[in-house]
Design a protein around this ligand. Sequence first.
Ligand SMILES: NC(=O)c1ccc[n+]([C@@H]2O[C@H](COP(=O)([O-])OP(=O)(O)OC[C@H]3O[C@@H](n4cnc5c(N)ncnc54)[C@H](OP(=O)(O)O)[C@@H]3O)[C@@H](O)[C@H]2O)c1
Length: 237
Amino acid sequence: MKKTAYITGGSKGIGLGIAEALLKDGVNVAITARTQNDLNEAEKHLKTIGDAEVLVIKSDVRNLADEENAIQQVVDKWGQLDYCIANAGVGKFSSIDEMSEEDWNAVIDINVTGVFNTVKSAIPALKKSKGYIFTIASLAGTNYFEKGAAYNASKFAIVGFSQAIMLDLRSYDIKVTTIMPGSVATYFNGHTPTAADAWKIQPEDIGQMVVDLVHMNPRTLPSKVEVRPAVPPSARK
Ligand SMILES: NC(=O)c1ccc[n+]([C@@H]2O[C@H](COP(=O)([O-])OP(=O)(O)OC[C@H]3O[C@@H](n4cnc5c(N)ncnc54)[C@H](OP(=O)(O)O)[C@@H]3O)[C@@H](O)[C@H]2O)c1
């Protein structure tokens, strides 16, 4: 029986990199996002990889009913959910005196409440499969910086949330890892990846990390993983 994964924000960037890696590992993969066109493009691409199945679902992580419905679609299609990757997130960066209420709410609602909604919806299925939850936090969840008030608040929150739920869920044999990347070459915050991003972590590297972690001996759990570009341009002599 193939394992199955659910990845929020899987149409681009890190989520798509994780989807590719899990498919290559023989895992059936469901991805979500809000933009149907991007989901369609990702579906076409993902269906060329390996022989596992792909499901795309339009869902906004801000909406608990959307997430419950999406997880139900995964269970209806494949009978089980093994890996839940709460990845969807956005960045809005401005000084607190200039930050709008709208930007604050977008970051907190998607990056924090969205992760709660995804995880909460997945728990019944993960209890049955003794599954694995990944949250994608950030080094911004431990290092604060100017103009980072909303993003830092959201990622510090996710690091704390993930460690607390790791303790809540381990008695059910559900594992929780929060991955805290530094710069990754993605579409984050309106960026378009180019050759100039070659020094950054690539989405496939985070995908490889997820595959490595799900194959780790189950007696051991790396619960919080910091990962950064090995040599950023500022460190080159
Ligand atoms: N790139 C970095 O350097 C970096 C570093 C550390 C951590 N991260 C974290 O990694 C995660 C993924 O970011 P990324 O860099 O891969 O960004 P990205 O390339 O912009 O991809 C973001 C994905 O999330 C989806 N998304 C955004 N809001 C959503 C919502 N409300 N509901 C469902 N899906 C939503 C987007 O699709 P739609 O817009 O169509 O919904 C897209 O699929 C985020 O949590 C981010 O904070 C990124």
